[in-house]
Write a protein that binds this ligand. Structure first.
Ligand code: NAP
Length: 444
């Protein structure tokens, strides 16, 4: 009998794991909590980066395999349990990503107007769970905390011209809200120096090419760079570009992006105890051996919106060992394990929930190879339990009983065709549906 695996999460790591498993002769059922596949490619990658999204063509090929099935709109942990899956599959591969935000742990962090990038990104990308969020974009200055690519993504989104957003697949509710936004200045805060920033050069270069925004950078802010100049090619390229930005005169564009380094947020200020954000109090740092050391000086940056882009964190799945400190499924090279290291038979992790929220989409390919390699080794050694109810048709019937709005690959193709058809007359790749019931209706 063909061994069957349940892969939980239809983002890049889930698809790469599925591809490897299928190639090795296993049958794969790919589950997702949403009716739509592709995870962060759909709900995370910035709308103005359509080329990155074309990676889904590879995933479409994987989905053509006769032993592949997609089960969308299934919440593992709610609609079906881990134990029920273990009864039906030889192995479960968790590819659920890291959907929560890392906390700053500073006073005022949860004030109205202080927003996690995870939520803001999901909102403008039309993730159904965030479609009804309303962000107050009425203030003239926003502060983005963090120096990663997510920080640069949200910064661009705040200053892109509506005409630049119009041909993208950004959610309709976000087009309207961003077009009416009053934000003109975005201050991007890095707690360490420019040489320690984690954004990559193409993303940094894009900031300097925006139609509506000038980049503002005080040359003195580049000083902490000197000690680390010979580090990596990315750091060298970033520093060269930043120097160019610092030397550029302002051209009088309507918007400005200010890059401010060596500043750690220490409090999100607001009116009263739980009142709206009015600013950020920051510690001025110096950088010593790559570390931020407070100088004792502080600054207050007045603003009405704070976006915290300091990294993501995984959420605990019921019954699955979780490393609370790292915010990941506890695992050893992809084999899920208990705290002492003893393996959980038949359970594996891949992608960001395995190794943390870093790397590009392609990084997940290697990551999936490692996880699936371990799974195959365990299977080959006879270490996986025989499931008690492995019949493929029975599994689908059981799921339909649990989730009346179950979405198969065929159903997703109907949603996809509908979204593309809505987008075509507007010259957009698609118009995203954001209501789960509407998607399920189309899929049915
Ligand atoms: P990231 O690259 O890890 O950046 C997180 C940033 O937050 C770092 O600058 C970090 O500074 C800062 N930070 C963390 N804790 C902080 C604190 N307490 N106070 C102040 N700053 C703090 O994470 P990300 O931007 O969320 O991106 C996640 C991954 O997705 C990355 O691998 C990224 O490259 C990738 N991604 C790629 C693209 C693209 O290719 N276009 C787009 C988006 C995301 P320290 O370094 O000092 O810790």
């Amino acid at each position: 009998m063909t061994a069957r695996a349940a892969v939980i999460g239809a983002g890049p790591s889930g698809f790469y794991a599925a591809e490897h498993l299928l190639r090795e002769g296993l049958a794969v059922d790919l589950y997702d909590a949403l009716p739509t596949p592709y995870g962060l490619v759909r709900a995370g990658v910035a709308p103005d980066h359509p080329k990155i999204k074309s990676v889904t063509r590879i995933y479409e090929k994987t989905a053509q395999h006769p032993d592949f099935r997609f089960f969308g709109a299934v919440q593992v942990g709610a609609d079906v349990t881990r134990e029920e899956l273990l009864d039906r599959y030889h192995a479960i591969v968790y590819a659920v990503g890291t959907s929560s935000d890392k906390a700053l742990g500073i006073p005022g962090e949860r004030r109205p107007g202080s927003v996690a990038a995870a939520e803001f990104v999901a909102w403008y990308n039309g993730h159904p769970s965030y479609a009804d969020e309303a962000f107050d974009l009425s203030s003239s200055r926003a502060v983005v905390i963090g120096n990663g690519n997510v920080a640069l993504d949200v910064t661009r989104m705040l200053v892109l011209d509506p005409a630049e957003l119009a041909p993208t697949d950004v959610a309709d509710h976000a087009i309207a809200a961003l077009a009416g936004a009053s934000v003109e200045d975005v201050v991007v805060l890095g707690r360490r120096g420019p040489a320690q920033a984690s954004f990559t050069t193409p993303e940094l270069r894009e900031l300097g090419e925006l139609t509506r925004a000038d980049v503002v950078l005080d040359p003195a802010g580049l000083e902490p760079a000197a000690e680390a100049e010979d580090e990596s090619p990315t750091v060298r390229r970033n520093l060269a570009l930043l120097r160019e930005y610092a030397a550029r005169p302002l051209t009088g564009k309507s918007h400005r992006i200010e890059l401010r380094f060596a500043r750690s947020p220490i409090e999100i200020l607001g009116k009263g105890e739980d009142g709206r954000v009015t600013g950020v109090r920051v510690s001025v740092n110096r950088v010593e051996a790559g570390r931020a050391v407070p100088t004792g000086d502080e600054e207050i940056i007045p603003c009405g919106l704070v976006i915290r882009a300091v990294g993501y964190r995984g959420r605990r799945l019921p019954g699955v060992p979780f490393d609370e400190r790292r915010g990941l499924i506890r695992n050893d090279g992809g084999r899920v394990c208990e705290e002492g290291g003893s393996p959980c038979t038949g359970e594996y992790a891949v992608g960001w929930i395995k190794r943390g929220p870093s790397g590009v989409i392609g990084t997940n390919k290697k990551c999936a190879a490692e996880t699936v390699g371990g799974l195959l080794e365990d299977l080959g050694r006879g270490q996986l339990d025989e499931p008690s109810a492995p019949d493929g048709e029975a599994i689908e019937a059981w799921l339909r009983g649990r989730v009346p709005g179950l979405v198969t690959w065929h159903g997703w193709q109907a949603i996809d065709a509908h979204e593309r058809a809505l987008g075509a007359p507007q010259g957009r790749p698609r118009v995203k549906l954001v209501r789960i019931a509407e998607m399920q209706g189309l899929a049915a």
